[in-house]
Design a protein around this ligand. Sequence first.
Ligand code: NPW
Ligand code: K
Length: 427
Amino acid sequence: MERASTAVAHQTARFALGRPILVLAGPGNNGGDAYGAAALLRDWGHEVTVAALGTPKSGAAAAMAQRWGGATVALSQAASRPVVVDGLFGIGLDRDLDADTATALCWLVAAADVALAIDLPSGLDTDSGALRGAADGYTLTLALGALKPAHVLHPASTRCGTVLLDTLGLEAQGDWRSVARPSLAAPASDAHKYSRGMVAVIAGEMPGAARLAASGALHGGAGYVVLCGASGGADAIVHRAHGDLDALLEDQRVGAIVIGPGLGRDDAARARLDRVLASDRALVIDGDALSLLGRDLPSAVAARRAASVLTPHAAEFDRCFGASAASKIERTLSAARQSRATIVHKGAGTVIATPDGKILVAADLTSWLSTAGTGDVLAGLIAARIATGGSADEAVWLHGRAASLAGPAFAADTLADHLSEAIASCR
Ligand SMILES: NC(=O)C1=CN([C@@H]2O[C@H](COP(=O)(O)OP(=O)(O)OC[C@H]3O[C@@H](n4cnc5c(N)ncnc54)[C@H](OP(=O)(O)O)[C@@H]3O)[C@@H](O)[C@H]2O)[C@@H](O)CC1
Ligand SMILES: [K+]
């Protein structure tokens, strides 16, 4: 707590630039950090007011309140100040903020020029990222010890402002990371279309979706893309008939296969899916393929010899793994272990988990991605990265970057056109 309050005081001083500071102190150790920071800031010459909610419950927090030693006002009576430091609740919040607390907090944060949250904005559920009365408008959140799921999971992450981490010298190593810009090399000087990575996309009832996936693969860096079961367009994608499926599955040059976008859910689709699942090719399983398998998916995929990547959105995830109140991070990790597959759990805040327990989170994806067809492009892009020796998280980063480059209200058809520029930024 000494280290936490010192870190909070330093960060507050950097942003306050001499302006009056209001510190909000709750009853737990988050409040302890707040009292300690208030005492330091006062000792450094800042004008500090403390608004208290309840009285400190732990010995450490009580000691910090004693160190402050000055007057406190009740939260409900606090006047706004240009700088507000929120130390009401952190990771110990276990129920919604009551209405009076939420109202006072929202008003004080909105009225401030700078609002800093200690560890987390008060009123966020740490593990699930749900809102439990939190205010909007924080400038920054100083995460203490380690990042928590609420810092990256939607909707909580949208309330944090800029998140800074102070590890406080603790060994609280998180088992997850943020998806980061990958380093991608240009193809080797002797590369040819097959060595660059060959991707096959299996089409079905709605060939447009499969074509989007093929386009994602082609523009995502694959050297050769086959679209199986859809007729031609004027591009570099090679078209094959459904009758060629078995030959494709035997072709050792095929580095990854996409199945699901526009596949359909009839008997023919199911038969194709079963043949593909039985192959020893790396698979990206998306859309209709996930829905066709439903609750049989974990065992069907776990039995495969080759790598599988599953790309469900929230409803598909529930369909395959069942609904649960656990956090998106926990659920995705458990699903990856169960199915022995990499899971790209899409949504506002995409969570990626691998069977060996690696977790990556992409928090800051543009909300313009929420349009039909972008998931198809992602499925093809993942296949391209895998076929070229890369990983699903590289594809998630490139997809997010291409979406940012595409600007507002883009159509999925044009998303792949921005992948070249996204890849160019990965040297
Ligand atoms: N752990 C570490 O390594 C470090 C932790 N550190 C700091 O400690 C913080 C965690 O402290 P914490 O565990 O005391 O929890 P905290 O968030 O202060 O609140 C719990 C209190 O609130 C209460 N309460 C709960 N919900 C409520 C509600 N809706 N409305 C009203 N009351 C509610 C609950 O009591 P209850 O009423 O349930 O009996 C309890 O009294 C952490 O975020 C970080 O800042 C750093 O100092 C250094 C390293
Ligand atoms: K807080």
